[in-house]
Design a protein around this ligand. Structure first.
Ligand code: NCD
Ligand code: ZN
Length: 351
C-alpha cells in the first residue's frame, strides 16, 4: 500500500533568495506557506553586509507578508574583503543574523562584492570560529582554467579543506552540494561541517539542462552535474546522516533575464518548496526520511529549537503554473507545466 498522506514537523529552508521590493512581495508567500523559517541570502545589489542592513531587510520581508503569518526570516551577512571582527560581533549580538555568506568574487549572481582573497578575511573568520557564527559557503572556484563541472570539487580540495585546517572549529555549511566529492568531504568532516541540498540537484542531472535543447530554466549554479553525482547527492539526503539538510536555493529571476543570450543562474522552486523534495524522496522509496532532512537536522545544526507545528502533504496531482508574477514581470517556476504528485494541504483557520 503506498502512502497517500504524510504529516511532518513544519520544515525550514536553510538557503533561500527572496530579492527585494515588488519582486520580494511576489515570492515570499510561497515560502511562508510551507516553511517555518528560512536562511535569507544576502546577495542583493548592493549586498547586505552589516547587521543594521540585515535588520532593515528582515523588516521589509515581514512587511511583505500578511500580518498573522508565523514565518521567521533568519538573516545573513555577505562576507567581503572588508568584514571586520566588530561586524561579526554585532551580528552575533543581534540574535537576528545566523550566518555569514562566502561568495568567491564573480562566482554567481550578484557576487561582484565577494571575497577576492580569503586571507583578507582572517580577522572575521577567527571571530566567527570563536563566537560560533556559521560560514555559509558558495563552494565553487572562479578560475577560468577550471572546467565549470569541476569547480565545486576543486573548491573543496583547494579552498575548503585548507580553510578548515586553519580554522578547525569554524562552523561551515557547504551550500547546494552537487558532487560525490562534496558529499564525501562532508561525511568525513567533523560535526561543525554540514551541507544543504536543493530539489533540482536531487531530481535532475545535466541532461535536463543540455540534452534535446538548451533549457535556461534548469540553469543554476553550481550547474547540474552528471548522473553519478546526482545519485551520490540523493543517497546523502535520504540516509541517516545528521549533517545533510534542506536548502532550496530558490533563486527567482525574471523570464527576460533567463531567456536571454546570457541567461542568469538561478531556479525558482519556492512554489513547490517541500513538494519537490517529497517527490524526490518518494522516487527512491525514502519518504519516511523526509522529516529528518526537511524539518529536524537543520535546526539541530543551527542550534535552534525544532518547529512544533506540522504540515501535511497529500498524494494528489496538480499542474505547476507556466508562469508566476514577479514584480512587474513574470518568472517561470521550476517544472513549469509539469504534473506534480504531492500537494501541500492548505490549512484553514489561523496561520
Ligand atoms: C543564485 C541567485 O540567483 O541569487 N543563483 C543560483 O544559481 N543559485 C545565487 C547562488 O546561490 O549562486
Ligand atoms: Zn543560493
Amino acid at each position: 500500500m503506498s502512502t497517500t498522506e504524510l504529516t511532518i514537523v513544519r520544515p525550514d529552508d536553510w538557503h533561500l533568495h527572496l530579492r527585494d521590493g515588488p519582486q520580494l512581495a511576489s515570492v515570499v508567500r510561497f515560502t511562508a506557506q510551507r516553511f517555518g523559517r528560512a536562511i535569507i541570502m544576502p546577495n542583493l545589489n548592493p549586498p547586505i553586509t552589516t547587521t543594521p542592513q540585515a535588520l532593515a531587510y528582515k523588516a521589509r520581508i515581514l512587511a511583505a507578508l500578511p500580518a498573522a503569518t508565523a514565518f521567521e526570516p533568519l538573516m545573513t551577512l555577505y562576507l567581503t574583503d572588508n568584514t571586520t571582527p566588530e561586524i561579526i560581533a554585532d551580528a552575533v549580538a543581534s540574535e537576528a543574523v545566523y550566518g555569514v555568506k562566502l561568495y568567491p568574487a564573480g562566482a554567481t549572481t550578484n557576487s561582484d562584492s565577494g571575497v577576492t582573497n580569503l586571507a583578507l578575511c582572517a580577522p572575521a573568520l577567527e571571530t566567527m570560529a570563536e563566537l560560533g557564527l556559521p560560514l555559509l559557503v558558495h563552494g565553487e572556484v572562479v578560475d577560468d582554467a577550471v572546467d565549470i563541472f569541476d569547480r565545486e570539487q576543486v573548491f573543496v580540495e583547494t579552498v575548503l579543506a585548507p580553510l578548515l585546517q586553519r580554522y578547525p572549529d569554524l562552523r561551515v555549511v557547504l551550500e547546494h552540494i552537487t558532487t560525490r566529492q562534496a558529499v564525501e568531504f562532508v561525511r568525513a568532516a567533523g560535526d561543525n561541517v554540514a551541507a544543504t541540498i536543493t530539489p533540482q540537484h536531487l531530481m535532475f542531472n545535466r541532461n535536463a539542462l543540455l540534452a534535446g535543447g538548451l533549457r535556461p530554466h534548469n540553469y543554476c549554479l553550481p550547474v547540474l552535474k552528471a548522473e553519478r553525482h546526482r545519485q551520490a547527492v540523493v543517497e546523502a539526503a535520504t540516509d541517516d546522516h545528521p549533517r545533510f539538510f534542506l536548502g532550496t536555493d530558490s533563486a527567482p529571476h525574471a523570464v527576460s533575464a533567463k531567456e536571454n543570450a546570457c541567461g542568469c543562474a538561478g531556479i525558482f522552486s519556492a512554489h513547490a518548496g517541500i513538494e519537490l523534495y517529497a517527490e524526490a524522496f518518494a522516487a527512491v522509496g525514502r519518504l519516511s526520511r523526509l522529516e529528518a532532512f526537511a524539518s529536524l537536522r537543520g535546526a539541530d545544526f543551527y542550534k535552534l529549537a525544532r518547529n512544533t507545528e506540522t504540515i501535511t502533504l497529500e498524494r494528489e496531482d496538480w499542474r505547476v503554473p507556466d508562469a508566476l508574477d514577479f514584480g512587474a514581470e513574470l518568472l517561470v517556476p521550476f517544472r513549469a507545466g509539469e504534473t506534480m504528485h504531492w500537494r501541500l494541504r492548505r490549512e484553514t483557520g489561523s496561520g
